[in-house]
Design a protein around this ligand. Structure first.
Ligand SMILES: [Zn+2]
Length: 66
């Protein structure tokens, strides 16, 4: 069974998904952004969390005809 938690990287603060029990899980996962090792209590797969908007969200220009 896979348990997902969402927390920032303790090193660089990037939003991460902690997938416990996912295939590829390890007890010494590395942050996908800063490549620093993250200490986890159980085998975990780290993935960048793209489900939340970043602080640099792209803006979309909408042109209206007047
Ligand atoms: Zn990091």
């Amino acid at each position: 069974m896979t348990v997902a938690r969402f927390a920032p990287c303790p090193h660089c603060g990037a939003p991460l998904s902690y997938l416990e029990g996912a295939s590829g899980s390890t007890l010494t996962p590395k942050c996908p952004r800063c490549q620093a090792g993250v200490t986890v209590p159980r085998a975990t797969l780290l993935m960048a969390d793209h489900s939340r908007p970043s602080d640099r969200a792209t803006s979309v220009d909408v042109k209206l005809r007047s």
